[in-house]
Design a protein around this ligand. Sequence first.
Ligand code: TRP
Length: 455
Amino acid sequence: MSANRTSVHGQWSSRWIFILAATGSAVGLGNIWRFPYITAEHGGGAFVLIYLVCIVLVGLPIMMSEILLGRRGRRSPIHTMAALAEEEGHSKHWRLVGVMGVFAGFFILTFYSIVAGWTLAYMARAVSGVFADASAQQTGAIFNALVSDPERLLAWHTIFMIMTVSVVSRGIKQGLEQAVRYLMPALLLLLLLLVGYSMTTPGFAEALSYLFKPDFSQVGASTVLIALGQAFFSLSLGMGAIMTYGSYLSGSAHIPRTTVSIGIMDTSVALLAGLAIFPIMFSVGLHPHEGGPGLIFKILPIAFGQMAYGNVLAFIFFTLLMFAAWTSSLSILEPVTAWLVEKTGYSRLRAAISAGVVAWALGLGSLLSLNLWSEVTLFGMTFFDLMEHLSVNIMLPVGGLLIAVFAGWFMSRSATSAELGLGNGAYLAWKVATRFIAPAGVILILLQELFGFLG
Ligand code: TRP
């Protein structure tokens, strides 16, 4: 049961479409690009286990909070936070959570669109067959040639932003729904195809034990914090993306069950991405540990280059990654677009283009910081690194913390329990997680980010 408001932007056709859209938001570069290399850097199986605990104890309760706030407020995050705070008799300044989310969204898009542009570029590279028998030096040179050329980056960045704006500008039913309806099944199919291929390679058994046999000797205190940060980014929490999607959810949909479905899908895709990537690398004698952030752009192509039909598989892989990035970027642009429509009365087309142009222009900073401006730094970081750090490591956790605190401590019991529709025991579990566990976890990450203690 929810408050009897409706969103001016419309509503998802079904609970299932909402799950697809939210999963589309969650599944992105975070799952396929970031999860494998972070896992490799932190000891494989033990990290995976800790990550799963973080998803369940911190990620899911916060996701439920975002969806419930969004559905109750039925507006973009800034207006939803203001309206709910007022309704519950608290300061309207809670709207600042939404304001920070808008900024975080722009910051994320600046680098997200650039990396998504790489995936477009790599689809073209795969087709051209340049990875055939390529050495590590050659794949490194291919990557460097791309990032050091502003014109090429500009072209891919622009194309990706146009793709994002063109979907968001069509609205919920004609835009977002149509995109996720086709892209998400295609993504899953491509991923299963790759995993199927990986199962036939000699490295599969090694990859299985690498991912699922915990070796706690590599785990330190900072591992937990990194796992928590990854859980946050991967589930799209902290900036109001899921809150916005929640504002289009039917009042009759069961939020906790829906959240669990999204969490299971997001986690499965991350694990499947590991199961697709690691066996291929083990099979040709490469260790994932060597990759770092360049893992899939520099190291994986070496493996593709040594396999039969490697260029086809590489094309499939980068297409998959592009689809995943696309459905995620939709959810980053949507909250700002919805807010502009509510605030200014712009048409959706005009709002989406305006937001897209701002994001595109900011992206030029990230783009140039990879080449012409690579020497220009602030706090020792290039523009690209600064945007990533500020948004992912600071703004999202702070946003998530405030959302949890607001939902857990400031919303009335009658409102939250009406939205969640849980029995007493389960409701209590949500409350404890939202009031105590999630905030404590986030505060720990933040202290770690700010002061770098625990190494
Ligand atoms: N979750 C996406 C990924 O894993 C990224 C993303 C999309 C995101 N929307 C977000 C992250 C909102 C934080 C907030 O790649």
